[in-house]
Design a protein around this ligand. Sequence first.
Ligand SMILES: [Zn+2]
Length: 202
Amino acid sequence: MPPENTNSVLVVSGDDCIIFDAWGRADDWQKLLESRGLKLRAIYATHGHGDHISAAPELSRRYNVPWFLNSADVPLILWKREMLDSFGLPRIADDFVKPNDLRAGAVKILGDIDMEIIAAPGHSAGGVMFYFPEYKILLSGDTIFHDGVWRTDLPGGNADELDKTISELIARDLPDDTYVVHGHGVDSMMRDIKARFSHSGL
Ligand SMILES: [Zn+2]
């Protein structure tokens, strides 16, 4: 069964923007950017599964901007290209633009937006989450979903690692009113995630 459509996130500051999880096709992103008069500066990926990076290498090539993915997920880039066929999406080219490595830590994006890159192995070996402390927004990727379901059966998945990642996220104690955008499905609030996982015995 194909996954639900992926949640891509566009962060805009002035005329500049960054795409998180560039799902879909590069042509559609180009139309969106042109219709809004936006300049693409970079692309970040929560992890390397095809439904989170399908447009990233091509956008990187077209706009000559870097795209970022943790190096542990680079082997996933060409995995299961037929999954993109089932969405009618172009396959990622054999000579795709290679991503820049994405490491855990604090960075600034688009000049002055603080972003924390949180290592989140488990759903895949190189998974990360992105946290914006000023805005209290977390992009969780596929590490957690609104209904708490997570999966480790895809390449790079590891249930013990994912348990540890989720325990560490809960221990980080982000504000209850942190808005969480998941890789698929509807959004949540951190208070709901804390409540759910504090009952799960993790
Ligand atoms: Zn995934």
